[in-house]
Design a protein around this ligand. Structure first.
Ligand code: ARG
Length: 461
């Protein structure tokens, strides 16, 4: 028969259908070690409040240690009738400490404050792992940027050739969002570092237990300020879910470029054999599956966030059983990202760029037209006129099927009296990138500085 934590006022046990619906051990069992840590801390405040004797505390502690060891070894696990991780662990404790002592631990706490605390404990730990893995991707991007030196590529807007940029500049443009995601995880931790333990079901405890002591014991900065908030709020979980989704999206944006760059048409990058896959029918194929899985899994982690937000919307205070649905989305995000990030880092580490091809394409598509316009501005021509003149050059080239640098001095003069032969100085990719030399620009000297500051940021953590 099902052994629930709440049998007293019920005439019979729950129906099998309810048991099947209610059960959460298939996903919340991963919280078992955290629940036992919480129980150890709780036992100490019960002792301090005079509700456990010295001997009882020792016996309780030993039983919990034994339970933790058995859980870790796989010797103890949830039974089909255990409603949730808390139910299973109380059974395990009673098996080890006896019903009399084991039955004392639950005083002054509720599964509502327990679960809210455990989720935070778990996510705080996972956030550290994920931040570390994201920093590895950043390190690989930095290493690639360093290796790229002054190599150039076509910079794009609207996926069209826009202006030449350094490959290193572009790669670092993917590193900065990831660094901000790491910042977000660190900043999130400030809010996650409050312990709901002691909130009880919603109103707090009457047993003289000290929430601050439990909080300190579990590595939190302190207890929550409001027991209703402590048991009902899930914004901390949702914020984690947002950062995880954002990280997924940031990886996905780079993944999309890797997929494009790896096509025959682009031909910018080659994937290492060990980080690509083949086709079961087409012998020639070498596919960018890591990038595609990154792009696909971004959809999944976004779904986790939106599902969680939908669950929270409209929930009255305080605890509602709906809140049990907060866990699978973030567990899925954790599982997804912790598998994805190492593979992604390896893919980035082993990318090899065809810098000759990128350099050849960099000035094509009239990507130096802005350089003509800005050269004219430096010559004193108003930008509105300069923009027109440069546009006329593009038009002339398009009509003849040539590039900007193919225009003769006479062609240039015919377009505008301002277009003296000196304009040729900016009609090269090297000249173009070198001229964009303000902070944050793509000039080699600025990108070298940027690389140093990215390195510094990545090692600060
Ligand atoms: N398993 C629940 C959860 O994950 C915690 C139990 C609270 N249950 C309850 N009936 N108050 O949220």
């Amino acid at each position: 028969p099902a052994v629930a934590l709440w049998g007293g006022r019920f005439a019979g046990g729950p129906s099998p259908e309810l048991v099947a619906l209610s059960r959460s051990t298939h996903f919340d069992w991963r919280l078992a070690p955290y629940d036992i840590r919480g129980s150890q801390a709780h036992a100490k405040v019960l002792h301090r409040a005079g509700l456990l004797s010295d001997a009882e505390l020792d016996a309780m502690s030993a039983a919990l240690d034994q339970l933790a060891a058995d859980v870790a070894a796989g010797a103890f696990g949830p039974a089909p009738d255990d409603e949730d991780v808390h139910t299973a662990l109380e059974r395990g404790l009673i098996e080890r400490a006896g019903a009399e002592l084991g039955g004392k631990l639950r005083a002054g706490r509720s599964r509502n404050d327990q679960i809210a605390t455990l989720v935070r404990l778990y996510l705080r730990e996972q956030a550290r792992t994920i931040a570390g893995q994201a920093l590895t991707v950043v390190d690989e991007l930095i290493a690639q940027a360093q290796a790229a030196g002054d190599a150039v590529m076509p910079g794009r807007t609207h996926l069209q050739h826009a202006q030449p940029v350094l490959l290193a500049h572009h790669l670092l443009a993917h590193a900065w969002p990831l660094l901000r995601d790491v910042d977000r995880l660190i900043d999130w931790d400030v809010r996650a570092a409050r312990s709901p333990y002691g909130s009880g079901a919603l109103a707090g405890s009457s047993l003289g237990l000290d929430p601050a002591a439990v909080a300190a014991d579990l590595g939190f900065d302190g207890p929550v300020e409001n027991s209703i908030d402590g048991t009902a709020a899930r914004d901390v979980v949702a914020e984690f879910a947002f950062v995880a989704a954002m990280l997924g999206v940031d990886l996905s944006r780079f993944a999309e470029e890797v997929i494009l760059w790896n096509t025959k048409e682009f031909g910018f990058v080659r994937l290492d054999d060990s980080y690509s896959t083949g086709s079961s029918i087409m012998p020639q194929k070498k596919n960018p599956d890591i990038a595609e899985l990154a792009r696909g899994k971004a959809g999944r982690v976004i779904g986790d966030l939106t599902g969680l937000l939908a669950t929270l919307k409209g929930l009255p205070l305080a605890y509602n059983r709906d809140l049990q649905e907060d866990k699978e989305p973030v567990f899925d995000q954790v599982d997804t990202l912790t598998v994805l990030l190492p593979a992604f880092a390896g893919m980035v580490r082993t990318l090899s760029f065809d810098t000759a091809r990128m350099a050849e394409l960099a000035p094509q598509g009239f990507s130096l037209a802005t350089d003509i316009a800005e050269w004219l501005v430096r010559e004193g021509v108003p930008f509105r006129v300069a923009h027109e003149v440069a546009g006329a050059c593009v038009k002339a080239c398009e009509e003849r099927g040539v590039e900007l640098w193919d225009l003769s001095d006479a062609d240039l003069a015919a377009i505008s009296e301002h277009l003296t032969p000196q304009v040729r100085a900016v009609l090269s990719v090297a000249g173009s990138v070198a001229s964009r030399d303000a902070v944050g620009g793509t000039a080699p000297a600025r990108v070298a500085e940027q690389l140093e500051s990215a390195k510094e940021r990545a090692t600060e953590y």
